[in-house]
Each structure stands twice: as structure tokens, then as C-alpha cells.
Ligand binder design. Structure first.
Ligand code: SAM
Ligand code: GLN
Length: 287
């Protein structure tokens, strides 16, 4: 007979030996048992039911092999919304939740009385950013783009499941917006920003789509592309919000100053103290 306690401890130990954070074990069990953590602890010395035990052990073996927990579950949580994830989309990250919160605060501040706010999420992946901003700010009209048709399929499913109304277009960066003459109050993007040669954890590089990760030799390829053509899609008064790599502050500042000299911009740290978000303001500011 295997109790919850015995099985959890066993896999926590295996996690430590396999370079997987041991907290993953309880996080996984909470999801698959659909129970609260305290409830599990209250029955920790009970035997684990056979069907749960099988799901738990099979899943944990995949996780020990560096597969992301979100892939084993088939979903992850983002800003309280459940997002289907699979190998076609990047698993949405915590830092990106912070980006959404900061975008919402700026929409409130910069457009307090505007009844409708046209936004776009470029490179939407699972749709996490587009869905969150659209759900949290009812004045938003959202469109989302991606070069990957497969990613867009998942984004559409997520939008539908979460009751978000989003236009989705396949295409390269801003091209779908330029073609349709769409003008934005807010342009959002978390483009691929990892430099081509960078060494990464197996759980990311072996399981997540490379089209979602790598941003050319210096990681800045897509920002350059957006900065060069964004004037064709943003309104006179508007802002742009980006996620960026923690070590890109200097090169990013130089790029904004070179390509968008008429704007104000700010680079903001995430909760881990790392430079992570870039906001660029056209004829407005957040202060
Ligand atoms: N927005 C999602 C998020 O924050 O979780 C996914 C971000 S992921 C870092 C970057 C996304 O950009 C991927 O979904 C990828 O398919 C897409 N992408 C890559 N190259 C692109 C391009 N040239 N045009 C449009 N989207 C692109
Ligand atoms: N933050 C992601 C990672 O570290 C990368 C996301 C991106 O390239 N935009 O894996």
C-alpha cells in the first residue's frame, strides 16, 4: 500500500536527483487530484487511490525526464485563466503576467475616458496575453497574430474556452495589421528574444517551439523589425509594450533611441529584479 506521503516523498527525492524543483511534485498532485493542498495534507497518510497513483507516477516519470509539467497536464494557469498548452506554443511565463498587469494600469492611466481601445498582441502563442488583456479590460478590442498556424489553432481554442472575443491573423510580425489598415492604441508583443547561440535548460529547448524562443544572433531581430514598421500601425497617441531579455537593457535602449527617437520609453524590472519590460510611448506618458 502506498500512502500519499510515501509517494510524494519518493518523487521529491527523485526530483532532487534529476535537477527538477521538488515543489513540482505537490504542484502536480494538486492539479491531477483537483484538491486543495491543505486537503491533501489532511489525508496524507491515506493510501493513494489506484487510478490517481497511476496518473501521478506516469506523469512524474515524464517530469523527471525534464518534460514541462504543463505539457503533462495539457494546460497551465495564466492570470487565473486556464490555457491549453502543447508543443506548438510557448508555455506562458509568470513574468508575462506582470507585463499584462502593467499594460492594464497604463490603459487606465492613458485612456481613462476612451470607450474603445484597439490592441494587438503580436506573436500571441497560446493567446495568453491577448486573452488576459481582453478579459480584464472590457473596453479593449483585441486582435492577435502569429507566424505559426498551429499556435493560432491553440490560441483560438483558448480564446473560445475563456470567452474572449479576439480576431486572429496568421502572418509575419506587423504584416497582417498593415495589410488590413488596422490602427492601434496599444501594440503588445513578447517576441522570441533568446540569442541564437544561447545555452538553455533541456526542459525549454527540448520541449518548447524554437520559433517561439530565438530572436536572431543578438536576440533583438523582432524588436528591430517592429520598431522599423510600427509607425504604420500605431495611432498618434498610443503606446507599445514588450517583454524583453533581462540582459538587453543597454542594447534595447540604443535600439529605441536609434529607431524611435521621438518617443519616451521606460524599461521596468520584474519581481525577480530583472530588466524585463519595455514600454514605448507615442505622444503620451505614464507618470
Ligand atoms: N505571446 C505568447 C506568450 O507571451 O506566452 C508567446 C510568446 S513566444 C515568446 C513568441 C511567439 O512569436 C511564438 O508564438 C512564435 O510562434 C511567434 N513568432 C515567431 N516569429 C514570428 C513572426 N515572424 N511573426 C509573428 N509571430 C512570430
Ligand atoms: N522567457 C522565455 C524563456 O526564458 C523566453 C520568452 C521569449 O523569448 N520571449 O524561456
Amino acid at each position: 500500500m502506498t500512502t500519499f506521503s510515501k509517494n510524494v516523498r519518493k518523487y521529491e527525492k527523485l526530483c532532487l536527483q534529476n535537477d527538477v524543483p521538488p515543489q513540482t511534485v505537490m504542484a502536480f498532485l494538486v492539479e491531477i487530484s483537483r484538491k486543495e493542498r491543505y486537503d491533501l495534507y489532511m489525508h496524507f497518510d491515506d493510501p493513494m487511490p489506484e487510478d490517481l497513483k497511476k496518473t501521478f507516477e506516469d506523469g512524474m516519470e515524464r517530469i523527471l525526464n525534464q518534460e514541462p509539467m504543463a505539457h503533462v497536464l495539457g494546460y497551465s494557469w495564466f492570470y487565473g485563466y486556464q490555457m491549453i498548452v502543447n508543443p506548438d506554443v510557448l508555455i506562458p511565463r509568470e513574468e508575462t503576467e506582470e507585463l499584462c498587469a502593467k499594460i492594464l494600469a497604463r490603459i487606465d492611466h492613458i485612456f481613462p475616458d476612451q470607450p474603445e481601445i484597439q490592441c494587438a498582441d503580436i506573436g500571441t502563442g497560446s493567446g495568453a496575453i491577448a486573452i488576459t488583456v481582453a478579459k480584464e479590460e472590457p473596453r479593449v478590442r483585441m486582435c492577435a497574430t502569429d507566424i505559426s498556424e498551429d499556435a493560432l489553432k491553440t490560441a483560438k481554442l483558448n480564446a473560445e474556452n475563456n470567452g474572449a472575443d479576439i480576431e486572429m491573423y496568421a502572418g509575419d510580425m506587423l504584416a497582417p495589421l498593415i495589410e488590413r489598415g488596422i490602427r492601434l492604441d496599444v501594440l503588445i508583443s513578447n517576441p522570441p528574444y533568446i540569442p541564437a547561440e544561447e545555452q538553455m535548460e533541456r526542459s525549454v529547448v527540448d520541449f518548447e517551439p524554437h520559433v517561439a524562443l530565438f530572436g536572431g544572433q543578438d536576440g533583438l531581430k523582432f524588436y528591430r523589425q517592429i520598431f522599423e514598421s510600427c509607425r504604420k500601425v500605431v495611432k498618434e497617441k498610443s503606446f507599445m509594450a514588450f517583454e524583453m531579455g533581462w540582459d538587453q537593457r543597454e542594447r534595447m535602449s540604443a535600439l529605441v533611441e536609434e529607431l524611435l527617437p521621438e518617443t519616451k520609453y521606460e524599461i521596468i524590472r520584474d519581481m525577480n529584479g530583472k530588466d524585463r519590460m519595455l514600454f514605448v510611448y507615442f505622444n503620451c506618458s505614464y507618470d
